[in-house]
Ligand binder design. Sequence first.
Ligand SMILES: [Zn+2]
Length: 414
Amino acid sequence: MPIIDGERVIADLKRLAEFGRYKTGVHRPTYSPIDVESRHWLADKLGEAGLDTVIDGIGNVIGRNPSARQRLLVGSHSETQPYGGWLDGSLGVIYGLELARAFAADPNCAALGIEVAAWADEEGHYGNYLGSRSFTDALPEEEIDQTRGRDDGTPLRQALERAGFAGRPPERVDPKRYIGYLEAHIEQGDTLDTSGLRIGVVETIVGIWNYRVSLIGEQNHAGTTRMVRRKDAGVSMVRLATRIHDRFPEIAGPRTVWTIGRILLEPNAPSVVPGRAEMLVQFRDADIDRLAAFERNLHELVNEADRAGPCACEIETIVRTEPRPMDPGFQEQIEAAAERHAPRLHLRMPSAAGHDAAVLSYRMPAGMMFIPSLRGISHHWSEDSKEEDTVLGAQVFADAAERILRAETFTRRS
Ligand SMILES: [Zn+2]
């Protein structure tokens, strides 16, 4: 079994966190100068680990193993959320780096190759999973042309130019090259932490369905418009939001979550009756039938609100990602590795967050492993994990990767 160096893992994670450090977390948006610097640092480290490394036209850092006969692709993303945590994404990238080194140092693993990817923009500063979608040939050029930064509207083409990545060829997957894709990540929720467990084996990455609900009323003077005459889009929206939050628990499964995360009023002024209101509604579940039931109910409530008046009510689908099951064989191997290093302290569970592994799973078998997040906090600079869990996770991950590579060798030969 390849043996990981726990101190080296922690030291590399701390070094990567220096790029854009903010309090105890990191502010490293995709394609920002500090993000570009960190990608060059990563590329150098992967090169030192013996991988042929490139940064491609979308900013993916890809380290290839020139000599192995069986290859497993391992990675995660390397940018962070605004003022986010130091482990979200970075953990999986540094585990990949450590696995490349540990496999190279183990003579028994000479034929087994770890290749490493640090995907660009999983966190959505510009688009959705730009790096992994580009790699899997699922990112059309026209989308790159049209995409702009979510904060300041910078065209993606311009950001790539400034980063020095424009004009570089995109790296594309050759599924035949890989046995599969493996990603380690912090859980981001509190399931493992609150139950004293140390490893999560991901069964499914949830589907995430997003909608824009608009209410159209009549903008008017807040003093002179009598109450009976009003078509107040704000009132209609609040009523509808309440009905949604009342209805969803009746049809929810044990892990369904839903959020109205953004509300807008127009013109949003103290002395004006709102003429238009908008809210973004999102729900997540691992079961596609349940997602469909949520959608039916949401449409029903919107239609009821529209019929009841006085405001017109419309709904528009923004994006729906399918739940993505992880490879059952990979789950077994991760679980076996977890049982060896942390007996009975592991759990099969869904991932309630989206990950690049979902994108990769359309092209090759994919698997994911979690380590606990302290108090379930993530997407915040205070995000953290126990050092002993980070080190244990790296060893379980290395063991799991070897099991997957050897299991496949066995299957192919027999
Ligand atoms: Zn992440």
